[in-house]
Design a protein around this ligand. Structure first.
Ligand SMILES: *Cc1c(COP(=O)(O)O)cnc(C)c1O
Length: 426
């Protein structure tokens, strides 16, 4: 890959570079294991002294190509694909944090992530303090403890659609000596590259825009290679690992320490592995990421403007609208567009919203976002259902809130569908 290639070129060309006579398109290496004729070589693979694939729980050539492309697009040094976005969040955090330690996270998170951190991590002995991402820097810093090991947030909050103040979060992470780990699912690297704004690790639910066509659940972790793991706070990176005969990650792998450790400790031991077929689909989907994100963003802005001008609509939230509290920040961090997700509420409220969703003909009511087809969802009764009313309020979920994932159909058809459904509901 040419380092100086621009985004869309990397999206098409990076990751897989066939040699003469090899398949033009990335093959699906549907093989659990790999053939060798030397026991010493395989022993070297086990000891991480040789490079190569050994067993597909740990690495696989199809996954490797997808990971290389994701790392290129986010501007990272390496990546690790996972079986889901939840798996990516889990591994990205337990790679730096263990029982008895602590994480600070923004309160405006995907409902599944909030439950993972507040309920399941607690069972694993990891405590999480949630902070309002709009709070003053000093207030967020006050949530840190001596055992805090990571700061976690989303580029665009789900479903509050608040754009993260990267400058503030990067400064807090730097001052506190912990990595800033960002869920960039809503923005994708086409619209925002958190590593360029001070983040150290980026994760995705590839299930959404990276796949883009609602086919496969998956996730990925990208390592920025830019965190000083030897700052004294991360002994598991600098002290010998007994599982590898006393290997020290920073000393042996340098700026690839984080992603290598995630793979050889946690992917090896827990096995939240992506299938080669999924990696094949994602590697190909990325070829059109730039085109798709342009169209999703353009359609969402048009739909948001239409809804804002509608007298039966109570409110609209989209970071690309001047009325959004995140408008200025979106101009700074999302200059190419704000993606395909918007939220709104109808006059009246919950009852009218339900009738609206059930009256749509083109847009479907599904638990999903980020694919080519326009879809709607009601977070209070669906994705954020497990949260208490107070937790929902903190996460930005009101009872009347309808979340729309705007697809890449012709915008006139999407608007016509919304128009007829609004008129049935209100
Ligand atoms: C969907 C989603 C996840 C979880 O990903 P899965 O692939 O469903 O496990 C995490 N973060 C965000 C922002 C999401 O939208």
């Amino acid at each position: 890959m040419h380092k100086e290639w621009k985004f869309a070129t990397k999206a098409v060309q990076a990751g897989y570079e066939p040699k003469p006579g090899e398949p033009r398109i990335l093959p699906i290496y549907e093989s659990t294991t790999f053939y060798y004729d030397s026991t010493d070589y395989v022993a070297g693979l086990f000891d991480l002294k040789e490079e190569g694939h050994m067993y597909s729980r740990i690495s696989n050539p199809t996954l490797d190509a997808f990971e290389k492309k994701m790392a290129a697009l986010e501007g990272g040094v390496g990546a690790l694909s996972t079986s889901s976005g939840q798996a990516a969040t889990t591994i990205s955090l337990i790679n730096v944090c263990q029982a008895g330690e602590h994480i600070v996270a923004a309160s405006t998170l995907y409902g599944g992530t909030f439950t993972l951190l507040s309920v399941t991590f607690k069972k694993l002995g990891i405590e999480v303090t949630f902070v309002d991402p709009e709070a003053e820097e000093e207030e967020i810093k006050a949530a840190f403890q001596p055992n805090t090991k990571a700061l976690f947030a989303e580029t665009i909050g789900n479903p509050g659609l608040n754009v993260l103040d990267f400058e503030k979060f990067a400064r807090i992470a730097r001052d506190k000596g912990v990595p800033l780990i960002i869920d960039n699912t809503f923005a994708t690297p086409y619209l925002c590259r958190p590593l360029e704004h001070g983040a150290h690790v980026v994760i995705h639910s590839t299930t959404k825009y990276i796949d883009g066509q609602a086919r496969s659940v998956g996730g990925v972790i990208v390592d920025g290679g830019n965190f000083p793991w030897d700052n004294g706070r991360f002994p598991t990176f600098t002290e010998p690992d007994p599982a590898y005969h006393g290997l020290r990650y920073v000393e042996t792998f340098g700026n690839l320490a984080y992603i290598t450790k995630a793979r050889v400790q946690f992917m090896r031991d827990i096995g939240l592995t992506m299938s080669p077929f999924t990696a094949f689909l994602l590697h190909m989907s990325l070829e059109t990421l730039a085109l798709r994100m342009q169209k999703h963003s353009e359609n969402a802005l048009r739909l948001a403007q239409y809804l804002e001008g509608h007298d039966k609509v109570a409110w609209v939230n989209y970071p690309g609208l001047k009325s959004s509290p995140s408008y200025e920040r979106a101009r700074k961090y999302l200059p190419l567009g704000c993606g395909g997700i918007l939220t709104f509420g109808l006059k009246g409220g919950l009852k009218e919203g339900k009738k609206f969703m059930e009256s749509l003909k083109l847009a479907a009511l599904v638990v999903h976002l980020g694919d080519t087809r326009t879809c709607v969802l009601h977070p209070a009764s669906m994705t954020h259902r497990q949260l208490s009313e107070e937790e929902q309020r903190i996460a930005g979920v009101t009872p009347d809130l309808i979340r729309v994932s705007v697809g890449i159909e012709d915008i006139e058809d999407i608007i016509a569908d919304f128009e007829q459904a609004i008129n049935k509901a209100v």
